[in-house]
Design a protein around this ligand. Structure first.
Ligand code: BTN
Length: 252
C-alpha cells in the first residue's frame, strides 16, 4: 500500500466516477479531491450538491481485497469524525448508521461506497466517496433537500480545504491500516461511535412502512438489531433509514 497521495482536480463530474475509471493508475490509499463536481452522486440515485470551493468532494481508493467492501465506510466514518474533531474540538459530531455524519439533527457528511470490478466481475477493490460540508454558508445549505449543516456554521470559522484534505487522507490511511490488520478493532471503534444504540426510534423502510423500536446493537456485518413489539429484528443498511423526527427528538 502506498497511501497518502492526493490528486487535485479543478472540476469533474464526480470524483467517484473519476476514481473508478482511473482505478488502475491511482495509488492504493490515495485520495481524489475536486474543487467542484458537476454531477456529484449521492446514495439512492440522489444528486450531491457540489458548488466550487465550499466543501470537500473526495474519493478514497481501497485496492486491497483483504477487507470486506461493506466494512469500508467504517474507515471513512471514523476518519471524517477524527478530522472534524481536530478542526473543531468543541463541536459534537456523531455517526448515524449506516454512513452519515451528523451534528445535532443536521447532516454534515455523506458517504457513498462503490465497488470496482474487473474482468469477469472480480472485485478489485472499492472507492469511498466522501462529501463534507466545510465552508458552506447557511444560505446555500438551505438548498439541500434535508436539514444540513457545515463546519463553518458549527465552528464559526472558515477552513482551508487543502488542509482539511491533508488531515483527512492521513486519518483515512490510519483506519484503513487498522481495518486490514484487525477488522474486529475497526468494528469496535466504529460501533463505539454509533450513539443510536440504546435509542428508541422510528425507522422508515424502503416501502415507506415505519418500524418503531429500540436499537439494541449493530452487528459485525453492519446489521441493525432492533427490539420491536414483534421481537428483535435485523435490518441491513439498504432496508431502512432512521426517521428525521426521531433524530430531532434526541437533540431537543
Ligand atoms: C449521500 O448521499 O449521503 C452520499 C453522498 C456522497 C457524496 C460524495 S462527494 C465526493 C464523492 N463523489 C461523488 O459523486 N459522490 C461522493
Amino acid at each position: 500500500m502506498r497511501g497518502g497521495k492526493i490528486t487535485w482536480l479543478d472540476e469533474v463530474d464526480s470524483t467517484n466516477r473519476y476514481a473508478l475509471e482511473h482505478f488502475d493508475e491511482l495509488d492504493d490509499g490515495s485520495l481524489v479531491v475536486a474543487e467542484r463536481q458537476t454531477a456529484g452522486r449521492g446514495r439512492r440515485g440522489r444528486i450531491w450538491l457540489s458548488p466550487p470551493g465550499e466543501n470537500i468532494y473526495a474519493s478514497f481508493l481501497i485496492k486491497s481485497t483483504g477487507i470486506p467492501i461493506w466494512h469500508t465506510p467504517r474507515i471513512s466514518g471514523l476518519a471524517v469524525l477524527e478530522t472534524l474533531r481536530t478542526l473543531a474540538p468543541e463541536v459534537n459530531f456523531w455517526l448515524k448508521w449506516p454512513n452519515d455524519l451528523f451534528c445535532r439533527d443536521r447532516k454534515i457528511c455523506g458517504i457513498l461506497s462503490e465497488v470496482k470490478s474487473g474482468q469477469g466481475n472480480v472485485v478489485k477493490g472499492g472507492v469511498i466517496g466522501i462529501g463534507i460540508n466545510i465552508n458552506m454558508p447557511e444560505s446555500n445549505l438551505r438548498e439541500i433537500d434535508q436539514p444540513a449543516t457545515s463546519l463553518l456554521v458549527e465552528g464559526g470559522e472558515k477552513n482551508n480545504l487543502k488542509k482539511v484534505a491533508e488531515l483527512l487522507v492521513i486519518a483515512l490511511n490510519k483506519y484503513y491500516i487498522i481495518g486490514l490488520n484487525n477488522s474486529q478493532e475497526l468494528y469496535a471503534l466504529w460501533k463505539d461511535e454509533n450513539i443510536l444504540i440504546g435509542t428508541v426510534v422510528d425507522m422508515v423502510m424502503e416501502d415507506r412502512q415505519v418500524v418503531h423500536g429500540e436499537i439494541i446493537d449493530i452487528g459485525f456485518d453492519g446489521e441493525l438489531k432492533v427490539a420491536t413489539s414483534a421481537g428483535v429484528k435485523s435490518f441491513l443498511s439498504g432496508d431502512l433509514s432512521i426517521a428525521k423526527s426521531s433524530i430531532k427528538q434526541m437533540f431537543r
